[in-house]
Design a protein around this ligand. Structure first.
Ligand SMILES: [Fe+2]
Length: 269
């Protein structure tokens, strides 16, 4: 079974900082440990951006210290809370395009995983920013999609290219949404994204998609308030993409920290 473990929106802070009272590093360690303990046979771990909260060298150094103990290959993306230059300094071996964007292709037997860099290039103290895919990044994506062959394209982008019904997050989605959506639709690609901090799935203009919760703080179900900073303390978690069948991707979501005793009740299903 080909499994990909998916974590997103780690938001590592300085050692003394918490987010709504939660310690992002402790939460990340708990979720990553649970994922790799329960799925040691996974092919890799994908981290889909917002690796840090402010993109500082010290925060990336804290991330390095956790990842050094991870027993599986790791593929890294950046999100709006990251800073591309600081990331590249901290992770000089992370693949980038010829233009320096944090994008790469990872091929599996039946799937091509295409990782995108949707950071808008700004240096934003608060991090609450929409995303963009410039012509350079889109041209790279076109080549990656064209080279899929018989593999199913699975594209990961930190920012979603559409609204999901949460006004605060919808305001900071991918700006040039049609440029990405049309390419995904043309190639039958499946879309993975983070940014929202919530487990959501759906389909837009023929493109199926899944988003994943953070190990740390989640977005509340609030379909009214236009505040990008709303957060709630719900269990952290990760995703598992099963990639063992041609032309199919299956997504599972795991909450961490809940009761995990398995019981059998044949009357309830
Ligand atoms: Fe985030």
């Amino acid at each position: 079974m080909t499994k990909l473990l998916i974590l997103t929106d780690i938001h590592l802070t300085e050692a003394t900082q918490t987010i709504i009272g939660l310690d992002p590093l402790a939460r990340f360690q708990e979720v990553l440990s649970a994922a790799t303990r329960d799925h040691p046979d996974a092919a890799a771990v994908l981290l889909m951006g917002d690796l840090t909260h402010h993109g500082t060298p010290r925060q990336y150094a804290r991330l390095q210290s956790v990842l050094a103990a991870c027993p599986l290959p790791i593929h890294l993306m950046i999100g709006n809370h990251d800073r591309r230059a600081a990331f590249r300094t901290a992770f000089p071996d992370a693949p980038v395009t010829d233009s320096g964007f944090v994008q790469q292709v990872v091929d599996f037997p039946h799937h091509r995983l295409i990782l995108l860099d949707s950071h808008d290039g700004g240096d934003h103290p608060d991090g609450f920013r929409s995303g963009i895919l410039c012509p350079d990044r889109l041209a790279w994506l076109d080549k990656a999609l064209a080279g899929c062959g018989t593999r199913m394209p699975v594209v990961a982008c930190h920012h979603p290219p559409f609204c999901v019904g949460l006004p605060g997050m919808d305001a900071i989605r991918l700006q040039n949404e049609d440029a990405l959506l049309s390419r995904l639709a043309d190639h039958g690609a499946y879309l993975l994204f983070g940014h929202i901090h919530r487990t959501i799935s759906g389909a837009t203009k023929g493109v199926g998609w899944s988003s994943f919760k953070s190990p740390c703080h989640q977005a509340p179900i609030d379909f009214v308030t236009p505040d990008s900073g709303l957060s709630i303390d719900e269990p952290g978690g990760y995703g598992i993409a099963l990639l063992d069948r041609p032309a199919q991707i299956t997504i599972h979501h795991v909450d961490v920290g809940l009761e995990t005793t398995t019981m059998s009740d044949r009357t309830s299903q």
